[in-house]
Design a protein around this ligand. Structure first.
Ligand SMILES: Nc1nc2c(ncn2[C@@H]2O[C@H](COP(=O)(O)OP(=O)(O)OP(=O)(O)O)[C@@H](O)[C@H]2O)c(=O)[nH]1
Ligand SMILES: [Mg+2]
Length: 321
Protein backbone atom coordinates (compact mmCIF):
# COMPACT_ATOMS: atom_id res chain seq x y z
CA UNK A 1 0.00 0.00 0.00
CA UNK A 2 1.26 3.40 -0.97
CA UNK A 3 0.39 5.78 1.85
CA UNK A 4 0.40 9.41 0.74
CA UNK A 5 -1.97 10.95 3.25
CA UNK A 6 -2.14 10.59 7.01
CA UNK A 7 -3.39 12.21 10.21
CA UNK A 8 -1.40 11.88 13.41
CA UNK A 9 -1.29 13.52 16.83
CA UNK A 10 1.85 15.04 18.28
CA UNK A 11 2.44 15.88 21.91
CA UNK A 12 5.61 17.70 22.84
CA UNK A 13 7.15 16.88 26.21
CA UNK A 14 5.86 18.40 29.42
CA UNK A 15 8.37 20.48 31.34
CA UNK A 16 9.73 19.05 34.59
CA UNK A 17 8.46 20.45 37.90
CA UNK A 18 10.51 22.86 39.97
CA UNK A 19 11.29 21.65 43.51
CA UNK A 20 11.28 23.05 47.01
CA UNK A 21 14.55 22.31 48.71
CA UNK A 22 16.71 23.87 51.41
CA UNK A 23 20.45 24.03 51.52
CA UNK A 24 22.11 21.73 54.05
CA UNK A 25 25.13 23.28 55.62
CA UNK A 26 27.09 22.44 58.72
CA UNK A 27 26.09 24.46 61.79
CA UNK A 28 23.13 25.80 59.88
CA UNK A 29 19.73 24.59 60.90
CA UNK A 30 17.94 25.32 57.67
CA UNK A 31 19.87 26.81 54.76
CA UNK A 32 18.42 29.04 52.12
CA UNK A 33 16.29 27.78 49.23
CA UNK A 34 18.20 25.80 46.59
CA UNK A 35 15.46 23.93 44.71
CA UNK A 36 16.29 23.82 41.00
CA UNK A 37 14.04 24.44 37.96
CA UNK A 38 12.53 21.59 35.97
CA UNK A 39 13.99 20.69 32.56
CA UNK A 40 12.28 21.74 29.32
CA UNK A 41 10.09 19.15 27.54
CA UNK A 42 11.27 17.73 24.22
CA UNK A 43 10.21 19.41 20.97
CA UNK A 44 8.69 17.66 17.99
CA UNK A 45 10.20 18.26 14.59
CA UNK A 46 9.35 17.08 11.11
CA UNK A 47 12.19 16.54 8.70
CA UNK A 48 12.23 15.62 5.01
CA UNK A 49 14.34 12.64 3.97
CA UNK A 50 15.14 11.97 0.34
CA UNK A 51 15.24 8.19 0.56
CA UNK A 52 11.63 7.99 1.74
CA UNK A 53 9.08 7.54 -1.03
CA UNK A 54 5.83 7.36 0.92
CA UNK A 55 4.35 7.91 4.36
CA UNK A 56 4.17 4.18 5.09
CA UNK A 57 6.46 4.34 8.12
CA UNK A 58 3.99 6.53 9.98
CA UNK A 59 0.98 5.18 11.77
CA UNK A 60 -2.30 7.05 11.25
CA UNK A 61 -4.05 8.09 14.44
CA UNK A 62 -1.02 7.48 16.62
CA UNK A 63 0.09 10.06 19.18
CA UNK A 64 3.77 10.83 18.66
CA UNK A 65 5.19 12.00 21.96
CA UNK A 66 8.44 13.68 22.89
CA UNK A 67 10.06 13.02 26.25
CA UNK A 68 9.17 15.02 29.36
CA UNK A 69 11.70 17.18 31.18
CA UNK A 70 12.68 15.86 34.60
CA UNK A 71 12.16 17.71 37.86
CA UNK A 72 14.75 20.04 39.35
CA UNK A 73 17.11 18.93 42.08
CA UNK A 74 18.86 20.19 45.19
CA UNK A 75 21.74 22.69 44.93
CA UNK A 76 19.91 24.56 42.19
CA UNK A 77 20.27 21.65 39.86
CA UNK A 78 18.17 22.01 36.74
CA UNK A 79 16.16 19.03 35.60
CA UNK A 80 17.23 17.27 32.43
CA UNK A 81 15.57 18.44 29.21
CA UNK A 82 13.33 15.90 27.46
CA UNK A 83 14.67 14.38 24.25
CA UNK A 84 13.28 15.85 21.04
CA UNK A 85 11.34 13.63 18.67
CA UNK A 86 11.89 13.91 14.94
CA UNK A 87 9.33 12.54 12.52
CA UNK A 88 10.67 11.66 9.08
CA UNK A 89 8.64 12.29 5.94
CA UNK A 90 9.48 12.14 2.23
CA UNK A 91 10.69 15.27 0.48
CA UNK A 92 7.64 17.01 -0.96
CA UNK A 93 5.40 16.47 2.05
CA UNK A 94 2.86 19.11 2.89
CA UNK A 95 2.02 19.52 6.56
CA UNK A 96 -0.96 21.21 8.12
CA UNK A 97 -1.50 21.86 11.80
CA UNK A 98 -5.23 21.20 12.13
CA UNK A 99 -5.53 23.40 15.23
CA UNK A 100 -3.53 26.50 14.32
CA UNK A 101 -3.95 26.00 10.54
CA UNK A 102 -0.25 26.63 10.04
CA UNK A 103 1.07 25.02 6.87
CA UNK A 104 4.56 23.82 6.04
CA UNK A 105 6.16 22.50 2.87
CA UNK A 106 8.99 20.02 3.35
CA UNK A 107 10.96 20.78 0.23
CA UNK A 108 14.52 20.87 1.54
CA UNK A 109 16.17 17.81 2.92
CA UNK A 110 17.44 17.68 6.49
CA UNK A 111 15.94 20.98 7.62
CA UNK A 112 13.89 20.14 10.68
CA UNK A 113 10.68 22.10 11.12
CA UNK A 114 9.48 22.68 14.68
CA UNK A 115 5.82 21.69 14.85
CA UNK A 116 5.24 21.38 18.60
CA UNK A 117 7.37 23.01 21.29
CA UNK A 118 8.10 21.33 24.59
CA UNK A 119 6.76 22.90 27.79
CA UNK A 120 8.90 25.08 30.04
CA UNK A 121 10.15 23.63 33.28
CA UNK A 122 8.63 24.94 36.51
CA UNK A 123 10.73 27.21 38.74
CA UNK A 124 12.39 25.78 41.82
CA UNK A 125 11.99 27.63 45.12
CA UNK A 126 15.39 29.31 44.83
CA UNK A 127 13.91 31.19 41.87
CA UNK A 128 11.35 32.89 44.11
CA UNK A 129 13.85 34.16 46.63
CA UNK A 130 13.78 37.91 47.20
CA UNK A 131 14.72 40.45 49.86
CA UNK A 132 11.17 40.33 51.19
CA UNK A 133 10.97 36.54 51.14
CA UNK A 134 14.19 34.70 51.79
CA UNK A 135 12.49 31.37 52.42
CA UNK A 136 9.93 30.90 49.64
CA UNK A 137 7.95 27.71 50.13
CA UNK A 138 6.73 27.42 46.62
CA UNK A 139 7.86 25.91 43.36
CA UNK A 140 6.27 25.89 39.92
CA UNK A 141 4.80 22.96 38.01
CA UNK A 142 6.21 22.17 34.57
CA UNK A 143 4.17 23.43 31.62
CA UNK A 144 2.49 21.10 29.15
CA UNK A 145 4.10 20.71 25.76
CA UNK A 146 2.12 21.80 22.71
CA UNK A 147 -0.24 19.12 21.44
CA UNK A 148 -1.72 19.13 17.97
CA UNK A 149 -3.35 17.09 15.29
CA UNK A 150 -1.26 17.13 12.17
CA UNK A 151 -2.26 16.29 8.61
CA UNK A 152 0.52 15.15 6.29
CA UNK A 153 0.14 14.77 2.56
CA UNK A 154 2.82 13.71 0.13
CA UNK A 155 3.12 15.71 -3.06
CA UNK A 156 5.84 14.10 -5.07
CA UNK A 157 8.34 16.48 -6.56
CA UNK A 158 8.81 15.61 -10.20
CA UNK A 159 9.71 17.72 -13.22
CA UNK A 160 7.40 15.96 -15.62
CA UNK A 161 4.07 14.28 -14.92
CA UNK A 162 2.81 11.61 -17.34
CA UNK A 163 -0.98 11.57 -17.46
CA UNK A 164 -3.73 10.05 -19.58
CA UNK A 165 -6.57 7.52 -19.61
CA UNK A 166 -5.83 4.01 -18.38
CA UNK A 167 -3.92 1.92 -20.94
CA UNK A 168 -2.63 4.99 -22.82
CA UNK A 169 0.95 3.72 -22.51
CA UNK A 170 2.14 5.91 -19.64
CA UNK A 171 4.17 3.26 -17.83
CA UNK A 172 5.59 2.01 -21.12
CA UNK A 173 6.87 5.49 -21.89
CA UNK A 174 8.24 5.97 -18.36
CA UNK A 175 10.19 2.72 -18.67
CA UNK A 176 11.47 3.65 -22.13
CA UNK A 177 12.89 7.00 -21.14
CA UNK A 178 13.97 6.47 -17.55
CA UNK A 179 15.51 3.88 -15.27
CA UNK A 180 12.06 2.89 -13.95
CA UNK A 181 10.51 -0.58 -14.11
CA UNK A 182 6.87 0.33 -13.82
CA UNK A 183 4.42 -2.52 -14.35
CA UNK A 184 2.87 -2.65 -17.82
CA UNK A 185 -0.36 -4.46 -18.67
CA UNK A 186 -2.87 -4.69 -21.49
CA UNK A 187 -5.68 -3.73 -19.15
CA UNK A 188 -6.78 -0.54 -17.41
CA UNK A 189 -5.47 0.41 -13.98
CA UNK A 190 -2.27 -1.58 -14.14
CA UNK A 191 -0.56 1.22 -12.27
CA UNK A 192 -2.14 1.72 -8.88
CA UNK A 193 0.26 4.24 -7.41
CA UNK A 194 2.52 6.89 -8.85
CA UNK A 195 5.96 5.70 -9.84
CA UNK A 196 9.03 7.73 -10.51
CA UNK A 197 11.85 7.46 -13.00
CA UNK A 198 14.92 9.56 -13.62
CA UNK A 199 16.70 10.37 -16.87
CA UNK A 200 19.49 12.93 -17.07
CA UNK A 201 18.47 14.35 -13.70
CA UNK A 202 14.92 14.93 -14.83
CA UNK A 203 12.35 13.21 -12.62
CA UNK A 204 9.30 11.78 -14.35
CA UNK A 205 6.19 10.70 -12.46
CA UNK A 206 3.84 8.12 -13.97
CA UNK A 207 0.41 8.95 -12.61
CA UNK A 208 -2.20 6.16 -12.41
CA UNK A 209 -4.90 6.33 -15.06
CA UNK A 210 -7.56 8.97 -14.71
CA UNK A 211 -11.08 8.44 -16.03
CA UNK A 212 -14.14 10.58 -16.49
CA UNK A 213 -15.60 11.34 -13.08
CA UNK A 214 -12.28 10.81 -11.31
CA UNK A 215 -12.84 14.12 -9.55
CA UNK A 216 -15.98 12.62 -8.00
CA UNK A 217 -14.17 9.43 -7.02
CA UNK A 218 -14.60 7.18 -10.10
CA UNK A 219 -11.85 4.69 -10.90
CA UNK A 220 -8.90 5.36 -8.65
CA UNK A 221 -10.31 8.83 -8.01
CA UNK A 222 -8.28 11.95 -8.48
CA UNK A 223 -6.16 11.90 -5.36
CA UNK A 224 -3.06 11.04 -7.36
CA UNK A 225 -3.36 14.33 -9.17
CA UNK A 226 -1.83 15.99 -6.13
CA UNK A 227 1.42 14.41 -7.24
CA UNK A 228 1.54 16.56 -10.33
CA UNK A 229 0.77 19.74 -8.41
CA UNK A 230 4.50 20.42 -8.31
CA UNK A 231 5.52 19.31 -11.79
CA UNK A 232 6.56 21.88 -14.35
CA UNK A 233 5.37 20.00 -17.40
CA UNK A 234 2.70 17.45 -18.20
CA UNK A 235 2.95 14.80 -20.90
CA UNK A 236 -0.61 14.08 -21.84
CA UNK A 237 -0.79 10.69 -23.53
CA UNK A 238 -3.62 9.76 -25.89
CA UNK A 239 -3.67 6.28 -27.45
CA UNK A 240 -4.13 6.28 -31.23
CA UNK A 241 -6.17 3.09 -30.81
CA UNK A 242 -9.11 5.19 -29.65
CA UNK A 243 -12.04 6.11 -31.91
CA UNK A 244 -12.45 9.43 -30.17
CA UNK A 245 -9.04 10.98 -29.64
CA UNK A 246 -10.25 14.49 -28.88
CA UNK A 247 -12.90 13.10 -26.57
CA UNK A 248 -10.26 11.17 -24.63
CA UNK A 249 -8.11 14.24 -24.43
CA UNK A 250 -10.95 16.45 -23.21
CA UNK A 251 -11.96 13.93 -20.57
CA UNK A 252 -8.60 14.34 -18.88
CA UNK A 253 -8.57 18.12 -19.32
CA UNK A 254 -11.94 18.29 -17.60
CA UNK A 255 -10.69 16.29 -14.64
CA UNK A 256 -7.58 18.50 -14.38
CA UNK A 257 -9.78 21.56 -14.34
CA UNK A 258 -12.01 20.18 -11.63
CA UNK A 259 -9.07 19.49 -9.39
CA UNK A 260 -7.50 22.15 -7.21
CA UNK A 261 -3.99 23.60 -7.74
CA UNK A 262 -4.67 25.02 -11.24
CA UNK A 263 -3.39 21.90 -12.93
CA UNK A 264 -4.87 22.92 -16.24
CA UNK A 265 -2.57 25.97 -16.33
CA UNK A 266 0.51 23.79 -16.54
CA UNK A 267 2.60 23.48 -19.64
CA UNK A 268 1.31 20.45 -21.52
CA UNK A 269 2.80 18.37 -24.30
CA UNK A 270 0.36 16.11 -26.14
CA UNK A 271 1.78 12.71 -27.02
CA UNK A 272 -0.12 10.37 -29.32
CA UNK A 273 0.92 6.81 -28.49
CA UNK A 274 0.92 3.34 -30.11
CA UNK A 275 1.59 4.63 -33.62
CA UNK A 276 2.52 1.10 -34.72
CA UNK A 277 -1.08 -0.04 -34.18
CA UNK A 278 -2.64 2.34 -36.73
CA UNK A 279 -2.12 3.31 -40.38
CA UNK A 280 0.21 6.16 -41.08
CA UNK A 281 -2.67 8.26 -42.43
CA UNK A 282 -4.59 7.85 -39.18
CA UNK A 283 -1.59 9.02 -37.18
CA UNK A 284 -0.98 11.97 -39.51
CA UNK A 285 -4.59 13.12 -39.34
CA UNK A 286 -4.60 12.80 -35.57
CA UNK A 287 -1.46 14.88 -35.30
CA UNK A 288 -3.00 17.60 -37.50
CA UNK A 289 -6.14 17.59 -35.39
CA UNK A 290 -4.17 18.18 -32.18
CA UNK A 291 -1.75 20.63 -33.78
CA UNK A 292 -4.73 22.90 -34.44
CA UNK A 293 -5.63 22.97 -30.76
CA UNK A 294 -2.18 23.17 -29.20
CA UNK A 295 0.55 25.74 -29.07
CA UNK A 296 3.22 23.17 -28.15
CA UNK A 297 4.28 20.65 -30.80
CA UNK A 298 2.36 17.37 -30.76
CA UNK A 299 4.40 14.14 -30.70
CA UNK A 300 3.53 10.78 -32.18
CA UNK A 301 5.37 7.83 -30.62
CA UNK A 302 5.52 4.09 -30.52
CA UNK A 303 7.35 1.87 -28.09
CA UNK A 304 8.67 -0.02 -31.11
CA UNK A 305 10.18 3.15 -32.60
CA UNK A 306 13.02 4.37 -30.36
CA UNK A 307 13.65 7.38 -32.62
CA UNK A 308 10.18 8.74 -31.94
CA UNK A 309 10.78 8.47 -28.19
CA UNK A 310 14.22 10.06 -28.44
CA UNK A 311 12.72 13.06 -30.30
CA UNK A 312 10.17 13.51 -27.55
CA UNK A 313 12.83 13.25 -24.86
CA UNK A 314 15.07 15.80 -26.60
CA UNK A 315 12.18 18.22 -26.73
CA UNK A 316 11.48 17.71 -23.02
CA UNK A 317 15.13 18.55 -22.31
CA UNK A 318 14.68 21.92 -24.01
CA UNK A 319 11.59 22.60 -21.89
CA UNK A 320 13.08 21.61 -18.57
CA UNK A 321 16.67 22.79 -18.63
N1 LIG B 1 1.70 -1.85 -29.80
C1 LIG B 1 1.97 -1.00 -28.82
N2 LIG B 1 1.54 -1.29 -27.59
C2 LIG B 1 1.83 -0.39 -26.61
C3 LIG B 1 2.57 0.80 -26.83
N3 LIG B 1 2.67 1.45 -25.67
C4 LIG B 1 2.04 0.71 -24.74
N4 LIG B 1 1.51 -0.40 -25.30
C5 LIG B 1 0.73 -1.46 -24.64
O1 LIG B 1 -0.45 -0.89 -24.12
C6 LIG B 1 -0.80 -1.53 -22.89
C7 LIG B 1 -0.91 -0.49 -21.80
O2 LIG B 1 0.37 0.06 -21.55
P1 LIG B 1 0.78 0.70 -20.15
O3 LIG B 1 2.08 1.34 -20.33
O4 LIG B 1 0.61 -0.31 -19.07
O5 LIG B 1 -0.38 1.79 -20.04
P2 LIG B 1 -0.68 2.78 -18.83
O6 LIG B 1 -1.13 4.06 -19.44
O7 LIG B 1 0.46 2.84 -17.90
O8 LIG B 1 -1.95 2.06 -18.18
P3 LIG B 1 -2.51 2.18 -16.67
O9 LIG B 1 -1.36 1.97 -15.74
O10 LIG B 1 -3.49 1.07 -16.59
O11 LIG B 1 -3.13 3.51 -16.55
C8 LIG B 1 0.28 -2.58 -22.65
O12 LIG B 1 -0.18 -3.81 -23.11
C9 LIG B 1 1.45 -2.08 -23.47
O13 LIG B 1 2.29 -3.14 -23.90
C10 LIG B 1 3.01 1.04 -28.18
O14 LIG B 1 3.65 2.06 -28.48
N5 LIG B 1 2.69 0.12 -29.10
MG1 LIG C 1 0.61 2.27 -15.98
Amino acid sequence: MFKDEIKISVTAGRGGDGVIHWRHQKYEDKGGPDGGDGGVGGNIYIVAIKSLRALNKLKGGRDYKAEEGTQGGAQNKRGRNGKDLTIEVPVGSYIKNLKTHEEYECISENEPILIAAGGRGGFGNSHYKSGANTTPKKAGYGHDGQAYQIYIELRIIADVGIIGLPNAGKSTLLNEITNAHSKIGAYPFTTLEPSLGVAQDIVFADIPGIIEGASTGKGLGHKFLRHISRTKTLLHLVSLESDDLLGDYKTIRKELKQYKYDLEQKQEIVVLTKQDLVDEAVADNAKKLFDKHNTEPVFVISSTDKVSIKKLFDFILTKIQ
